[in-house]
Design a protein around this ligand. Structure first.
Ligand code: PGA
Ligand code: ZN
Length: 399
């Protein structure tokens, strides 16, 4: 859903994305229900933007982002943005940020203060709720870390992606080269090991073994069965302890440097135990566990559940609240991975946010489908604007 903001000196436009594997603790995305658009219409959220929000913001200083976001929170008045809709507040909050940048004639990343271009995690093989291939793990990513510039890391990612296509066509047939929600291929791999081996072969064929590592987002809530308190992976039922062993053995046999949501969205202690086992080797990223929410993040920090936060503005509903989560991470020496959603739009604000916050990592899908390449193209543009290039390489990863 898109919002436009106009002032006497400029204008700003931004859209809020949507997720297929949303966490239950996320801010609410307001949909109309009923028959039209299969219930997914957003006319109520649009009416909130054009009505209540527009009236409240009229005359407000667009460069006061915190004031605007506090106003949105106050106007909504709920814990989870359920009155206005987090889709409405996210689009407005980001449109105001874009407008403030536009008024000053600079990119949003400059307004946010940073100059570090993030290393990209490219999701090249999709499973879970993002594909129909029966693979349990949601995202298999390549992480081109050891390149001097962002553009070279992206080129390597793109070469590997296309090499992977050839490998999949050879192994599973050309019909298996269709893509999932985030632009990654969705072949019917029999196991997690098989999927990782495909990525390693593609990296090897391109000659990047030492420069490109692997990352995974298990999105484990999607294969967790609360009744039996077990996880269904690769056709087996595993307890949390067995699943932990599974990840540790994967990390031994594959060059995995980052692992997201290895357990379900309430499993603070299981996250912490695995983090301790993988300390110094694998970055443990929390997404559905923390949902960019400072209270849940504070609890996760207290439990030792994460080494980095996945940051999605629409999980919480305003840019300032997402920045507060990032500030809490910085204070606790944790990393931040700025992220897209499976249901993205052409909006590229996350590229600016990732550069602005300067934590050095972004997750924006495969180098395929315009809503994914929009983010990478924006980063290429920012790289041209920055005199030194400012690429973060592997510096933002917290192990
Ligand atoms: P989602 O997936 O946008 O469907 O929630 C992305 C993720 O889990 O990181
Ligand atoms: Zn995730």
């Amino acid at each position: 859903m898109q919002a436009d903001v106009y002032t006497a000196r400029g204008n700003g436009r931004a859209s809020s994305p949507s997720g297929a594997s949303t966490g239950v603790h996320e801010a609410l995305e307001l949909r109309d229900g009923g028959k039209k658009w299969g219930g997914k219409g957003v006319s109520k959220a649009v009416a909130n933007v054009n009505g209540k929000i527009a009236r409240a913001l009229a005359g407000f200083d667009v460069s006061d982002q915190q004031g605007i976001d506090a106003l949105l929170c106050g106007l909504d008045g709920t814990e989870n943005k359920s009155r206005l809709g987090a889709n409405a507040t996210t689009a407005v909050s980001l449109a105001c940020a874009q407008c403030a940048a536009n008024e000053r004639g600079v990119g949003l990343y400059r307004l946010l203060g940073g100059k570090k271009i993030p290393a990209p995690m490219l999701n090249v093989l999709n499973g879970g709720k993002h594909a129909g291939n029966g693979v349990s793990i949601q995202e298999f990513m390549i992480f081109p870390l050891y390149f001097p510039t962002f553009s070279e890391s992206l080129r390597a990612g793109s070469e590997i992606y296309h090499s992977l296509r050839g490998i999949i066509a050879e192994k599973y047939g050309a019909q298996a080269t269709g893509v999932g929600d985030e632009g990654g291929f969705a072949p019917p791999c029999r196991s997690t090991d098989d999927a990782l081996a495909l990525l390693e072969r593609a990296i090897g064929e391109c000659g990047y073994q030492k420069k490109v590592l692997l990352a995974m987002d298990a999105a484990a809530t999607s294969f967790y069965d609360a009744k039996s308190a077990s996880y269904k992976v690769d056709g087996k039922r595993l307890s949390a302890g067995e699943l932990s062993d599974f990840y540790v053995s994967l990390a031994k046999s594959h060059p995995i440097i980052s692992l997201e949501d290895p357990f379900c969205e309430e499993a603070f202690q299981d996250f912490a135990a695995l983090r301790a086992r993988l300390a110094g080797r694998v970055q443990l990223v929390a997404d559905d566990l923390t949902v960019t929410n400072v209270e849940r993040l504070a609890k996760a920090i207290e439990c030792g559940s994460l080494s980095s936060l996945l940051l999605k503005v629409n999980q919480v509903g305003t840019l300032s609240e997402a920045i507060s989560a990032a500030v809490l991470c910085r204070r606790n020496h944790l990393g931040v991975v700025v992220s897209h959603r499976s249901g993205e739009t052409e909006d590229a604000s996350i590229a600016d946010i990732a550069v602005g916050l300067g934590f050095g990592q972004i997750k924006a899908g495969a180098p395929c489908r315009a809503e994914r390449t929009a983010k990478y193209n924006r980063l290429l543009q920012i790289e041209e604007e920055l005199p030194s290039g400012g690429f973060a390489r592997a510096s933002g990863i917290v192990l």
